[in-house]
Design a binder for this molecule. Sequence first.
Ligand code: ZN
Length: 342
Amino acid sequence: RQDMQFPDIWLRDNCRCKECYLPQTLSRLPQLWNNLDTSVRVLRQSVDVEQQVLYIEWSDGHASQYPYNWLRERDFSAANRQLYLSEFYRPEQKLWSGQNFEEVRRVFYFQELITCDSTLLQWLHHLAVYGVGLVKEAPLEMDVLRRLSNRVGFMRRTTYGEEFRVRAQPGASNYAYLAAPLPLHTDMPYFEYLPGVTMLHTLEQSASPGGVNLLADAFYVAELMRERHPDQFRALCQTPVDWADIGSDGGLQFHNIWRAPVINLDDEGRCVRINHSIPQRDSHFSVPMEQVRPWYEAMATFVGLAQEHSCRFKTTPGDVLTFDNLRLVHGRTGYDDTDRNV
Ligand SMILES: [Zn+2]
């Protein structure tokens, strides 16, 4: 048997009784917080070994009981917290260079994802760990992405609708609708709350040598910069950039702006989001003058490293390329048969 550790005030806050907890919503009831006694202490405790329950009487007159299994899952020991974070909360990300893309590349089959829950889980797990998964043999139909999304959630509606066709369009309302090369970027950095996973369904591929997909793990690139160019890394983490998308699509007008750095870290210093799109970086740059040139220098390094560590491959009709849009940057080379391409 192992020792478990719990702060007493946390136990009081997480009492499982009917006054404190509503099982049907799996949620805490708020009454205790009308006047929280932060000095609350355990008066008496006992364990019923047979029932596997811990009983506690509290200094505020309340009595609580906690099932052993419930406690074990919430044990505050360092080992258990680490287990929860890596096995339950998020799998650990494995960063990669495009030179090793063959080891990262994994193929899933559309029909299996639709019908088999364990394959679905493997795809989601692979997306979480490597940020990319290639789905093959999807029908050449317009509802493919919706069917895939609906297996796990729902499509995020943006100012371009829920789904949109990327093809060369005359009078394009978005840079992606041009046949020109599309340099590495994240989608929609101008949204505070942006789509986390991008899915690209190839309906038709360019017969020209162009239309090649480019993909790079920008978290890998950020870690390279942290190691090799620490000052430039800091500039990209600390300089807020103005992102913008202004225009209209499908009869709707929009003016989306968001201000955030290129490399966004969490409170433990890990990368959580990359913002990067040359066409969608605003000409407004609302930082002090002296921060501007160092930011450009840092950005030039970032863009160079992202290209150096990108991989290239060409999808075929029926492929669905799925990737983490907070982490990966993607692009494509130009193509020249614009009259017929999707
Ligand atoms: Zn209670």
